[in-house]
Design a binder for this molecule. Structure first.
Ligand SMILES: [Zn+2]
Length: 689
């Protein structure tokens, strides 16, 4: 069924459940949460009934592993990130009606019920396979809990599901010399039973529903990915796994197993809706079961298969549920030309952004929308961020509002003047204004959020141009009556901006409404239908700053920080020598290291590398031959404090006996560096321990 065929009675809007193993960054916001929030806010402003739900995705092997690695419980991991993520959403004005978590009881019940229903209907296939088992930990080893040698390329640290060296997908049982990452022991193999969703059985349904039914209304990137999955042949997919963290499998033989996270997570949308309905005294069922409900999933492109193929197959199998009418998945956002990466810290973290740009949520929301990765991967750059702010938000929107409010206060003590005769330009401007709700709606209804944000800015441009052309500040000297009409028209535009900005710039919208003392009741369609948005005699308030200019120095600081991150990552990439064999404390105390000072230095004749040094060790003055001639000129190191290993057995080097060793390190660029005690007041001969 195509979207345009009926008017929905209500909307269920979901946003991808963030995985609670880290905080969220601008990529998440741009790809999923800002567009979903714009859409939800817009629908509410048009008077639609909306359930906008989300929650933390708290199961899965990554969380289990992180907990084991850090020596905490999975619950500690999820509690921490759930709180951080939830706060970021609140800070950026994401108006979920409910933000739940998949560890909640209501979700465990809902997901179990789904599994049971499908199980009882015979919709799963059962299969017993041999899996790796850790006898010491007494548990099966999920993919990431095993490392071993890749059978394809010989890389020694391949994971049970993938080799990161050659990129091959693997089965844990294929690894050569597998080791458990929990205990380090060699796993045995043991038979285990699992349940699979036979996706191949849904091919006919998926072809008809997506490939025929949504050819024209789904985004080409989404449709294309679905087509390639379906054409490539769908295969049964395991819905359970051997793990101790997740929702227990409610079936005979399910002990010690949990539902696979991809099975339980999307059901989280339903659980979240139930939680919301219960709290608000509503019925959740129409939101998921009434065919007059429009269900829309907002996700990133990495989630397309789960929301378009697998979850619909589960819903279809269960029966009684509606299917999504659209899944407007976005592509990825990059940062300054590179992929966003949590592990490389190549990201703008939301909590960090707010520390550096307090109260400037709308600037980020606007930039991410104006530059959203809707049809292809897109790049976030700090220069673009600055330009969007300075050239659009400050110069167009902020400037227009400020002029209108300042002049109204200056000429009329803040009271909206009554207009007299509208000129042709006035009338054209008011007519143009009334078209904007429909223009912006049309973009939003087609999930074109970039276009919608630009159309919104065009309305501010209309206001700016009107004032610039009519020049009330000049006309006031000759024709005071005329200025009343000009200001009245400008105030109508300002009020329309206050209303229509809400989905995009919610913080600015509420500031603007308070400056104009405009009614919070004004909705999207009032801009279209009402003769007057701000009546004559209405009193407005004083102006306040909506946006501030962002200076070059602030942007340079951000770029410097990224440059430093890049350097740190490059250095890390250079191989670090593996740790040597463990030594005892006694081994260590055998080394006698002292602070010394270089007294003399000269090149050893006929060698490239060697310097002959006289060093005051506090014990004595001795000769040490050191291979540092390529990095230092003799005259530059005289007087230098150094660390000397004094009890190294003397050895002859080119006929000179070297009586000790000076400790050096090598920088990433290959330059030798003294390991030197740089603290004042440390004397020669003092021991290092
Ligand atoms: Zn490999």
């Amino acid at each position: 069924m195509s979207e345009n065929n009926h008017t929905p009675k209500r909307y269920t809007i979901t946003a991808a459940l963030p995985y609670t193993n880290g905080p969220i960054h601008i990529g998440h916001l741009a790809g999923v949460y800002v567009p979903a929030d714009i859409y939800a806010r817009y629908l509410r402003l048009t008077g639609k009934e909306v359930a906008f739900v989300c929650g933390s995705d708290e199961h899965g092997v990554a969380i289990s592993m992180k907990a084991k690695k850090e020596g905490v419980t999975p619950k500690e991991v999820i509690d921490m990130y759930h709180a951080i993520i939830k706060k970021s959403f609140q800070d950026f004005g994401i108006t979920f009606d409910n933000y739940s978590r998949t560890s909640a009881d209501i979700h465990h019940e809902t997901a179990s019920e789904f599994f049971k229903k499908l199980y009882e209907q015979g919709d799963f296939i059962e299969e017993t396979t041999a899996q790796l088992y850790d006898e010491e930990a007494k548990q099966f080893l999920a993919d990431r809990f095993v490392i071993g040698t890749c059978p394809k390329c010989g890389h020694e640290e391949a994971y049970g599901d993938q080799c990161e060296n050659c990129g091959s997908s693997l089965n844990a049982t294929d690894l050569i010399n597998p080791k458990s990452t929990i205990t380090g022991s060699t796993p045995t193999t043991k038979e285990t039973k699992h349940w699979f969703l036979p996706l191949d059985r849904y091919e006919g349904f998926l072809r008809e529903w997506i490939l025929e039914g949504h050819k024209n209304d789904w985004k080409p990137n989404v449709y294309g990915q679905c087509k390639s999955w379906i054409d490539g042949g769908l295969e049964p997919r395991a819905v359970t796994r051997d793990l101790d963290w997740g929702i227990p499998v409610p079936a005979e033989g399910g002990e010690g197993k949990v539902l696979y996270v991809w099975f339980d997570a999307p059901i989280g949308y339903i659980s979240s809706t139930k939680e919301w309905a219960k709290r608000e005294g509503k019925d959740w069922e129409p939101y998921w079961k009434d065919k007059d409900t429009k269900l829309v999933h907002f996700i990133g492109k990495d989630n397309i298969v789960f929301h378009c193929i697998i979850f619909p197959a589960i819903l279809k199998s269960h029966g009684g549920y509606i299917l999504p009418e659209n899944v407007p998945a976005n592509e990825f956002l990059n940062l300054e030309g590179n992929k966003l990466s949590t592990s490389k810290n190549w990201a703008v973290w939301l909590h960090e952004y707010l520390e550096e740009f307090p109260d400037m949520q709308d600037v980020l929301r606007y930039t991410l929308t104006a530059n959203a990765p809707e049809t292809k991967d897109n790049d976030f750059t700090w220069k673009d961020f600055q330009a969007r702010n300075n050239n659009e938000l400050v110069a167009i929107l902020g400037n227009f509002i400020n002029r209108v409010v300042v002049l109204t206060n200056k000429y009329y003590e803040g009271v909206v003047p009554a207009p007299s005769n509208f000129t042709e330009v006035d009338q054209e401007t008011l007519d143009a204004l009334k078209k904007y709700p429909e223009i912006i709606s049309s973009s939003l209804e087609r999930y074109r959020f970039r276009e919608a944000a630009q159309e919104f800015m065009n309305l501010a441009r209309l206001g700016n141009k009107y004032l610039a052309d009519e020049e009330p500040w000049k006309v006031i000297k000759q024709d005071e009556e005329r200025v009343k009409t000009i200001m009245y028209v400008a105030l109508q535009i300002a009020t329309a901006l206050a209303v229509l900005s809400e989905p995009f710039l919610p913080f600015t919208s509420s500031k603007l409404k308070s400056i104009l003392a405009a009614s919070n009741e004004l909705g999207w369609n009032d801009v279209l239908e009402k003769e007057t948005l701000l009546a004559a005699d209405h009193k407005i308030n004083q102006s306040q700053l909506l946006f501030r200019k962002i200076e070059d120095s602030e942007i340079q600081k951000k770029l410097d920080k990224l440059e430093a991150t890049k350097k740190a990552n490059e250095n890390e990439k250079k191989a670090v020598t593996p740790q040597k064999e463990t030594i005892t404390f006694d081994d260590f105390t055998k080394l006698d290291m002292r602070v010394g000072t270089i007294l003399e230095a000269e090149k050893m004749p006929k060698t490239k590398k060697l310097l002959v040094l006289k060093v005051d060790t506090g014990i004595d003055t001795r000769t040490i031959v050191s291979g540092i001639s390529e990095s230092f000129k003799p005259e530059d190191i005289i007087g230098k404090k150094v660390t000397v290993l004094v009890n190294l057995a003397p050895r002859p080097l080119r006929g000179v006996e070297s009586q000790g060793m000076i400790l050096m390190t090598e920088s990433k660029e290959g330059k030798l560096v003294f390991v030197n005690p740089d603290e004042e007041g440390v004397g020669n001969g003092e021991g290092i321990s």
